[in-house]
Structures are given as structure tokens and as C-alpha cells.
Design a protein around this ligand. Structure first.
Ligand code: MRU
Length: 347
């Protein structure tokens, strides 16, 4: 199968499959400086928690190279400044800060700007390789949760496009399918940015997995009709107690799932777990431009001057989550214990 790889490093430049243009056009944007990588993350040309982590790692490698070319003065403090700017690109996904901190640690033993820049590029490439391996391991653990017969609902885009390759929640669905299980797949359109309609539907078509698109607001009705067997989503940040930040609308799906007695699963790498936060109350939620809500495809759909609120993520309390799939296995409640064990067993 032709793997989708949205992030490629060649000839000293970063090539990103532009997710603002899919599915109409498969266009790559080329990034040569770290500031351009920050813009690409902010404008969501690259998006999805693990994918922005990998992009941030390459941004650090480019920053080290460019700062190093200017001479050794202030190298460490200029690299710290770049790290701060990269981390600020989007606030909710912890993978961004996780990757930047790992790059700073890799830069720490000082031995000349050029050496450090080379080391950082190798580290970014390693983070990208690990991400794919981790996703495949998650798929392997998670496929046991997928039904043989019945159906699965997923939200947003958690596939190869949101990672280096293979995906998290979508990767679990794919692993179940490749294992030979057969089940119906539903995916939400994911208003307002349409990650589901534009990206997830595109990926399922590429994978040859039949999937049915639905409006976000159809979930309750389909659950009530008994047409949804389980729900699986990704995560942008998981607090120590299992409270999970993910794409806006995830919380509503989890509450609906509980009401209908349907299992609700989360799939995310260890790098998405933030043990520094005891619960989800401390997770910063990105607020995006109101125009994403008042316009559709660039065309105004709400009256001029109308107010709109646009939180990009919500937090699902851990009591709604039946299990969390990581590369270290399937964690279940109490998550304060199982996630700690998973993190300690991880890298
Ligand atoms: O705003 P986005 O598109 O970056 O949000 C993405 C999500 O919420 C995904 O569900 C999450 O990052 C997990 S992706 C592997």
C-alpha cells in the first residue's frame, strides 16, 4: 500500500502536504526556515498533535542550522528564543512542547554550533521514525478493541495526515481492518474546519476502507438507532487522571456514548500524556478565529457583525473513557495509575 507521509525532509528542506488544500488538491509546501514552519503549524497546513510535534522538531533543527550559520555568539539563547516561538504556535497539543523540549535536551551538551545543528537534525529524524513505529504498535494493541461485525465512529482526523504515518485512532481502525475484521465505519465532518469531511474521508478512500460521512449533530440519532457500536478518537493532551483534550465535539460524543452504553476509546502516544497536569482543568484550549464559524469555504454564511465563539478543542472527563490505547498497551481506569505505569514503561 502507498503510505501517506505528510512530512518529508529532503535536501535540507521540509516538505509538508498542505492540509488546507485537501481533498481538492494534493499540493506540497516547502519550508526552509523555522519561522515558516511556525506559520505552517499556525495556519494548519500541518495539523494533528503528533504531526505538529514532528514539524516542531524539524523547525528546531532548521533554527539551529540558521543560528549556527550566523556564528557562535548567543547560540544557546537564540535557540531558546526560537524554541519559545515554536512552542507558542498552537497551545493545546502537548506533543509540540514535548518535541521542542526533547530537541533542547539533545542540544544541551555544547560542542560547536555546527555539531549541535547536525545532532538536532538527527534527533528530528529519529522523532519522526519513532512516531510511525509508535503508531503501528498502538494499532497492534488497539485492533483487539475493534469489533468484528458492528460499527465504529471516529471524529476529526487522526490518520497518517495527523502524524508521520499510519495514524492513532484511525490507525487502530486500519489495524483492525488489516487484521481481517470487518465493521462499518462512520466519521463526523468535524465542524468548523472539516478535518473529518476533507481529510478523514480522503484517507479512508486511499486506504480502501469504506466509511460513511455524517454531520456531527447526527451522532445522537445514530446511537439511539443502535447503528454505532463504539467510538474511537485521538487526543491532543491527556492529563494524569485521564481527562482528555481533543477536537471540539469529542466531549459531546463521549457523553452521548455513555448515555447509550457504547464504549468510548481514545488512542494516543505516550508523548500526548501530560503528567504535569493533575486533571483536565489546566489544559489551555486554543480559541480560533470566529470567521471559521461565520464563513464556509470562504463564503459568509452568517449575517455581518454576528458574534461567534470557536474553541478548537474540548476536554472529556476520564469517567466517560472506556480505555486509552498507547504504544505500551491498553490502559483502563483508574487512569492515574495505569497512565503513570504506561509513561514509566515508555521512553
Ligand atoms: O486542530 P487539529 O486538526 O490539529 O486537531 C486534531 C485533533 O484534535 C486530533 O484528534 C488529535 O490531534 C489527535 S491526532 C492524531
Amino acid at each position: 500500500m502507498n503510505e501517506i507521509r505528510p512530512i518529508q525532509w529532503t535536501d535540507g528542506r521540509l516538505h509538508l502536504l498542505d492540509q488546507t488544500r485537501l481533498p481538492a488538491e494534493e499540493v506540497t509546501v516547502t519550508v526552509t526556515r523555522y519561522e515558516e514552519a511556525v506559520d505552517a503549524i499556525r495556519e494548519m497546513r500541518v495539523r494533528g498533535a503528533p504531526a505538529i510535534g514532528v514539524t516542531a522538531a524539524y523547525a528546531m533543527a532548521m533554527a539551529a542550522r540558521d543560528i549556527g550559520d550566523g556564528g557562535p555568539e548567543n547560540f544557546a539563547s537564540l535557540l531558546e528564543q526560537a524554541a519559545t516561538r515554536i512552542k507558542a504556535a498552537r497551545p493545546t497539543a502537548v506533543n509540540l512542547g514535548w518535541a521542542v523540549d526533547r530537541m533542547l535536551r539533545a542540544a544541551a551538551p555544547g560542542s560547536g554550533a555546527r555539531d549541535i545543528a547536525e545532532r538536532l537534525l538527527a534527533e528530528a529524524q529519529e522523532i519522526q521514525r519513532e512516531d510511525e513505529a509508535v503508531n503501528r504498535r498502538m494499532g497492534d494493541f488497539g485492533k483487539d478493541l475493534m469489533p468484528d461485525g458492528g460499527s465504529v465512529l471516529t471524529h476529526c482526523n487522526t490518520g497518517a495526515l495527523a502524524t508521520s504515518a499510519f495514524g492513532t485512532a484511525l490507525g487502530v481502525i486500519r489495524a483492525g481492518w488489516e487484521f481481517g475484521k470487518r465493521f462499518e465505519v462512520f466519521n463526523t465532518e468535524t465542524r468548523p474546519w472539516l478535518q473529518g469531511a476533507r481529510l478523514t474521508s480522503w484517507e479512508f478512500q486511499k486506504l480502501g476502507i469504506p466509511a460513511t460521512l455524517m454531520a456531527d449533530s447526527a451522532a445522537g440519532m445514530l446511537m439511539r438507532q443502535g447503528r454505532i457500536g463504539c467510538v474511537i478518537t485521538g487526543a491532543d493532551r491527556i492529563a494524569a487522571n485521564g481527562d482528555t483534550a481533543n477536537k471540539i465535539g469529542t466531549y459531546s460524543l463521549a457523553v452521548l456514548a455513555k448515555e447509550h452504553g457504547i464504549p468510548f476509546y481514545v488512542a494516543a502516544p505516550i508523548s500526548t500524556i501530560d503528567l504535569s497536569l493533575p486533571d483536565g482543568d489546566g489544559i489551555e484550549i486554543e480559541e480560533r478565529a470566529p470567521e471559521e464559524v461565520t464563513r464556509f469555504g470562504g463564503v459568509r454564511t452568517a449575517p455581518e457583525g454576528v458574534a461567534a465563539v470557536n474553541p478548537a478543542f474540548d476536554v472529556t472527563p476520564h469517567r466517560y473513557i472506556s480505555a486509552i490505547v498507547t504504544e505500551c498497551g491498553v490502559a483502563s481506569a483508574p487512569y492515574a495509575e495505569s497512565l503513570l505505569l504506561a509513561v514509566r514503561g515508555g521512553r
